[in-house]
Design a protein around this ligand. Structure first.
Ligand SMILES: *Cc1c(COP(=O)(O)O)cnc(C)c1O
Length: 407
């Protein structure tokens, strides 16, 4: 269980017993260092700073001559355990934890881009990501072009000499479009730009973009890594050469992850694969059931054979995830009726929770989009998104059936 860097805990260095271990083992064990207290569960180190044995040691720590903790904006043992565990799961050389998913995206962009650079971004990304890139990075001279996720020719056409980074999520939320990671990473390499994948909806339990050629993976740990809707957090992962830059930014700017949140995410990682399989199985059952309902016009879930992204999702993911959406027969009134008739499902925009959530994208998560952008993105007034949780699927069906029966 001990790993390199154990000088802080007085353990002698040994060969890494987790070398070559499988995902389930890494999810439970990677990154843990036991202190002298011998705790079995990971400790939470809630401390802002660290003391030194002598002035000489303080000097050596500050100069970087001697590794070790100085201040929790720089390093924290609980945060480091989370970073090492998620890095092991994604197959990344290094991870940098942040205070939220948005902080991970911001830190990656500010660390690796400069004024005059250009980003090509999928049209189907988290709404706040679009705002961050367009409004805030735009203010500092970083330009963003938006392209349809599945149109590789459009990605290529949007690349300019100033392009530094391609950014996407796959599968997309809420329509489950699937981006071709192998094709996009080949494109990125051909043009010498970085491919950044927000892997929030799949998690490493279902998809590992770095293995398919992505340069950087981003997570909102707030979602499935936590899994129970308790804490905000994020992480960027990739080669050390890139992550050292991101780490430098986080240390200077301060969007660090709190040790308590890191501990919650660590515990979440231990059950991640089991949960993702359960979310995927329930979403599959619900998607099939919805296709049979007369009040449902269309179901969007990449696990369904007739979904345009099905073959690709089956190839690059080991499961289809917990998020699906569907259009009811009718418009906003009918969609709201289904949502307002639920008694168990939570009406909230969050996802990745044990509790199933339901939302009307056109008036909430995607409410800021113009009418044309909504039309182009398929966010119609009769669309409902469900992020399937861990309740008994029979009860979720009853909850949705109540409103569907009124249509
Ligand atoms: C929620 C989310 C984010 C932002 O994460 P926060 O932790 O809320 O800052 C980014 N990307 C995706 C895909 C998300 O769902």
């Amino acid at each position: 269980m001990s790993q390199a860097g154990d000088e802080l805990f007085g353990e002698e260095q040994r060969d890494d017993p987790l070398a070559g271990a499988m995902l389930d083992t890494l999810a439970v064990r990677a990154g843990q260092r036991r202190s002298m207290e011998g705790e079995h569960s990971e400790a939470i180190y809630t401390t802002s700073s660290y003391v030194f044995a002598s002035a000489a040691e303080a000097a050596a720590r500050f100069s970087g001559e001697q590794p070790g903790n100085v201040y929790s904006r720089y390093t924290n043992p609980t945060v480091r355990t989370f970073e090492e565990r998620i890095a092991a799961l994604e197959g990344a050389e290094q991870a940098v934890a942040t205070s939220s998913g948005m902080a991970a995206i911001l830190s990656t962009c500010l660390a690796l881009l400069k004024s005059g650079d250009h980003i090509v971004c999928s049209r189907s990304v988290f709404g706040t990501t679009t705002v961050l890139l367009n409004k805030y990075l735009g203010k500092f001279g970083v330009d963003t072009s938006v392209v349809p996720l599945t149109d590789i020719a459009a990605w290529e056409a949007a690349i300019r000499p100033q392009t530094k980074l391609l950014f996407l999520e796959t599968p997309s939320n809420p329509l489950c479009e699937v981006g071709d990671l192998a094709a996009l990473s080949a494109l990125a390499k051909r043009h010498n730009v970085l491919l950044v994948v927000d892997n929030c909806l799949c998690t490493p339990a279902l998809q590992r973009p770095l293995e398919m050629g992505a340069d950087i993976v981003i997570h909102s740990a707030t979602k499935y890594l936590d899994g129970q809707g308790r804490c905000l957090g994020g992480v960027a992962l990739g080669r050390s050469e890139l992550m050292d830059e991101v780490l430098g930014f986080v240390r200077s700017a301060g969007p660090t992850m709190s040790p308590f949140n890191a501990w919650v995410f660590l515990k979440g990682l231990e059950t991640l694969r089991l949960r993702m399989e359960a979310h995927s199985a329930s979403a599959m059952t619900l998607a099939r059931w919805l296709t049979e309902q007369p009040a449902v016009e269309k179901v969007f879930y990449s696990g369904l054979e007739n979904h345009p992204g099905h073959a690709l999702a089956a190839q690059q993911q080991s499961g289809f995830g917990g998020v699906l959406s569907f259009r009811v027969v009718g418009g906003r009134e009918q969609a709201w009726q289904v949502i307002d008739s639920t008694r168990i499902l939570s009406l909230t925009a969050n996802l990745g929770d044990a509790k199933t959530t339901i939302v009307h994208p056109a008036t909430t998560t995607h409410g800021r989009l113009s009418a044309e952008d909504k039309a182009a993105s398929g966010i119609t007034e009769n669309l409902i998104r469900v992020a399937v949780g861990l309740e008994a699927i029979a009860d979720i069906k009853i909850d949705l059936q109540r409103g569907l029966a009124l249509i």
